[in-house]
Write a protein that binds this ligand. Structure first.
Ligand SMILES: C[S@@+](CC[C@H](N)C(=O)[O-])C[C@H]1O[C@@H](n2cnc3c(N)ncnc32)[C@H](O)[C@@H]1O
Ligand code: SF4
Length: 389
């Protein structure tokens, strides 16, 4: 590499199907009704053929790249909407074409209510090492506002089934500061998370995305906008409960037991390389970023044409300034810190003030690393703005 950084190579694989759409979600995913009966579009059965072909396109495009794959992350949508054998076939194809590095981390997301013990056993036997479940909350009233289809207890049955199938690494996603959520609801959620024995938690404050049913409910006054102060207090509750239980933060929205950190996502935050397979998937290889055709049918047609350029809906080559900005934005999100040499001299001058205001750990003035304090994590965007002004 020209900059001397040895970058790992990962694969992200996008499964664009959901049984129903949660009211808050604007991910690139489709229900059967949204895809319709158009025979030209892809189905839960045919998705795998196109995904396999895109892996082969990736191999041709990266013909000179000798790196084995360090991590694979199957996300969605709901990966468990397609048969377990299909997820395994895609993983096998990645292994055949690129080779999997020793100890490669292989994750799939899964919805608690569409994942069975047999499914988990099949993908574990097929090489998957990590499961990520969208739990969101243990309060039935909160799940109702979020329009989730699972009951809270279903997540814990699925976690137990994942462990019985041999998964050592299990994550649950949480959403906090949903309108109507109380401190007691979150406390119960955290108690259940800790009792379940998962080794990783991702927690996101509810974002009201344009164009979602949630946004329409807020606009009509049926639900209040999530409150920033409540969100900050809830973040502190999550951080304190997880830290006390031996799961410290390692990225702003992620906490893990030792050894449980998600290597694939760390690759994103360190600006390493990954190829995104599937409709709308983003890639970053060799300093180029691109994103695939968004609609499943358009993506499938481009895959059949077999041409990497036709797969791309857009691309960019970030210049040095954009790369530097991104390095700061991603680096300060991580507990391991941002090396001071990534900052220009103006930013280094702003550090003393940020330390005095309690937003950056004082060690930054001695140790060449910028690490956010808890107060800094709550204002991470503002810190980045000051460091990059
Ligand atoms: C692709 S989904 C996870 C897998 C699976 N589809 C599920 O929902 O169980 C990724 C995660 O993003 C988070 N998420 C999605 N939309 C969000 C929003 N508007 N605000 C906050 N978190 C959101 C949820 O925690 C969700 O579990
Ligand atoms: S199940 Fe997951 S991907 Fe599907 S709509 Fe809900 S949050 Fe979005």
């Amino acid at each position: 590499m020209a900059d001397g950084i040895e970058r790992s190579l990962g694969f992200y694989v996008h499964v664009p199907f959901c049984a129903s759409r949660c009211g808050y979600c604007d991910f690139n995913t489709y229900t059967a009704a949204e895809l319709g009966n158009d025979v030209s579009t892809i189905s839960r059965d045919s998705w795998v053929d196109y995904a396999l072909s895109e892996v082969s396109i990736a191999r041709r495009r990266m013909a000179d790249d000798a790196r084995a794959v360090s991590s694979v992350f199957v996300g969605g949508g709901t990966p468990t909407q397609v048969p377990a054998a299909h997820l395994v076939r895609v993983l096998e194809r990645i292994g055949e074409e690129f080779g999997l590095a020793a100890g490669a981390e292989i994750t799939t997301e899964a919805n608690p209510d569409s994942t069975t013990a047999e499914y988990l056993e099949e993908i574990r036997a097929g090489g998957f090492t990590r499961i990520s479940l969208g739990h969101q909350s243990s309060a039935a009233s909160v799940l109702k506002v979020l329009e989730r289809t699972h009951t809270p207890g279903r997540t814990w049955e699925t976690v137990a089934a994942a462990k019985a199938a041999g998964f050592e690494h299990v994550n649950v996603d949480l959403i906090y500061s949903t309108p109507g959520e109380t401190d007691a609801d979150l406390r119960q959620t955290l108690d259940e998370v800790l009792a379940s024995g998962v080794n990783h938690v991702s927690a996101y404050s509810l974002i009201v995305e344009d164009g979602t049913r949630l946004a329409a409910q807020v606009r009509r006054g049926e639900l209040p906008m999530p409150d920033d102060d409540v969100a900050a207090a809830r973040y502190e509750m999550i951080d304190s409960a997880l830290t006390a239980a031996g799961m410290p933060w390692y990225e702003l929205s992620n906490w893990a037991k030792p050894g449980g950190q998600c290597q694939h996502n760390i690759g994103y935050w360190r600006n390493h390389d990954w190829w995104g397979v599937g409709p709308g998937a983003h890639s970053h290889v060799g300093g180029i970023r691109w994103w695939n055709q968004k609609h499943p049918a358009t993506w499938a047609r481009a895959v059949v044409a077999g041409d990497a350029a036709g797969l791309m809906a857009g691309s960019e080559v970030p210049d040095a300034a954009a790369v530097a900005l991104e390095t700061v934005m991603l680096g300060v999100r991580m507990r391991e810190g941002l090396p001071l040499h990534s900052l220009d001299s103006t930013a280094q001058a702003a550090l003393t003030d940020l330390v005095a205001r309690g937003l950056i750990e004082p060690l930054a003035l001695i140790d060449p690393l910028v690490v956010l304090t808890l107060a800094g994590r709550l204002m991470a965007d503002a810190v980045v703005r000051e460091l990059t002004a």
